[in-house]
Design a protein around this ligand. Structure first.
Ligand code: HEC
Length: 375
């Protein structure tokens, strides 16, 4: 707890005491955890500890969402529900859970200005940028055929003390400054001996990070950078793909109409077909052998967006497992899966069995079950 307080003091969040964080934690577990998960990991509402922040990751932006809510979403405004001190305690509790880059801003500068000059924060301060974008993904990326020199600024939240080092792919030239000190410098065109790549001790806290990077105008932006703690974890990838509108999404069937999705779900084979029935029952079907792999009621799929760190994480089925899924193997002697079809609330899965077409039909039954027939 002492360290959390330190962290928040470093942020300039005034007078955060252990008691306030404790208050935030209690409120969170009473009001927010149902939607944002017991460990802030997300559920019906988005994760509050991953790198993607749709409404901004700054203390001000987080407080604003808590105060005003997100109109048209289940996230209501808490302004009229909780006193200000409680809303601030909640924000500070959320901030205390952060790790990695936050408040990431990418600015693009005209290339000519930097020719033959060393990258320093001062040099960038001395010229106007052509564009400035706040990146909700909290990592760096550029559009295709991007033109110009990039300056990236973010806050680095660290929870673990240790010796860290930036590791980059040496393309073009790159300088990285941590709290105003250059810790990495690399230029493809110069002698490697002039390069800098320092390992440095860091305590838990919040640091100011600046990345300056230039590479040839190419089809793809290939800047690649990882911040690594010596001896393994944690490891922070500083670049990634843009999500561009790919926001955290919950998948459900539409009323009256079944839906089939293929998603990577933990503990299910990748070929599993997920049949989402309109009564919120999900049946995982294995087209390989015609078996039902599992079924859940009151269920939905929590699909995380394809951020590098998120896409490394499988989607999840949230719901209550249905213990008796009927026949474990609906079809025997299956030779080939042919196709699926949706007809209203029913899913038809067609396979070739001993040279003959067989159809498994899965449809909703009651509020918490499904019916499976083979024809
Ligand atoms: C009924 C479910 C629900 C509850 C309860 C709830 N939230 Fe949310 N929250 C959401 C949803 C859904 C969103 C996403 C809204 C959107 O962007 O469409 C969200 C968004 C947010 C965000 C913005 C996240 C981002 O990516 O920018 C914050 C911060 C947040 N909630 C904090 C809280 C706090 C603090 C509480 C408790 C006081 C709380 N929420 C309670 C559903 C909920």
């Amino acid at each position: 707890m002492k360290f959390l307080v330190l962290l928040l003091c470093a942020l300039g969040v005034a007078n955060v005491s252990g008691a306030d964080l404790e208050r935030g934690k209690i409120l969170y577990s009473q009001i927010c955890f149902n939607c944002h998960g017991p460990k802030l990991e997300g559920g019906q509402g988005p994760s509050l500890i991953d790198t993607y922040w749709q409404h901004g990751s700054s203390p001000e932006a987080i407080l604003k969402v808590i105060d005003k809510g997100v109109p048209g979403s289940p996230m209501i405004a808490y302004e009229s529900v909780l006193p200000e001190s409680d809303r601030i305690a909640l924000r500070d509790f959320i901030l205390s859970g952060q790790e990695g880059l936050r408040e990431t801003v990418r600015s693009i500068y005209p290339r000519e200005y930097f020719k033959g000059r060393q990258f320093t924060p001062e040099l960038f301060d001395s010229v106007e940028s052509e564009s400035q974008t706040s990146l909700p993904e909290n990592h760096y990326y550029m559009e295709r055929n991007a033109e110009g020199v990039m300056r990236g600024t973010s806050k680095l939240y660290l929870k673990e003390a240790g010796k860290y080092r930036f590791s980059i792919r040496p393309i073009g030239r790159t300088s990285i400054f941590l709290d105003g000190k250059e810790v990495l410098y690399s230029d493809q065109k110069t002698d490697k001996k002039t390069h800098v790549n320092e390992a440095f001790e860091l305590e838990p806290g919040i640091y100011g990070l600046q990345i300056f990077h230039e590479e040839k105008k190419t089809h793809s932006y290939r800047f690649h950078c990882v911040l690594e703690k010596e001896g393994g974890k944690p490891r922070f990838l500083l670049n990634g793909r843009s999500l561009q509108g790919n926001i955290p999404k919950i998948i459900k069937a539409r009323p009256g109409e079944a839906l089939i999705v293929r998603k990577w779900i933990q503990d299910l084979p990748p070929r599993a077909l997920l049949c989402l029935l309109p009564n919120q029952v999900i049946v995982a079907y294995n087209p390989g052998d015609g078996s039902v792999l599992g079924a859940w009621h009151s269920a939905e799929i929590n699909q995380t967006p394809s951020l590098p760190d998120r896409s490394a994480k499988p989607s999840e089925i949230k719901g209550t497992p249905i213990s008796n899924t009927g026949s474990a193997a609906a079809l025997t002697g299956i030779t080939r899966f042919l196709r699926y079809q949706i007809q209203g609330d029913t899913v038809h899965l067609v396979s070739l069995v001993d040279g003959e077409e067989k159809t498994v039909a899965i449809s909703p039954e009651g509020a918490q079950s499904f019916n499976l027939t083979v024809k």
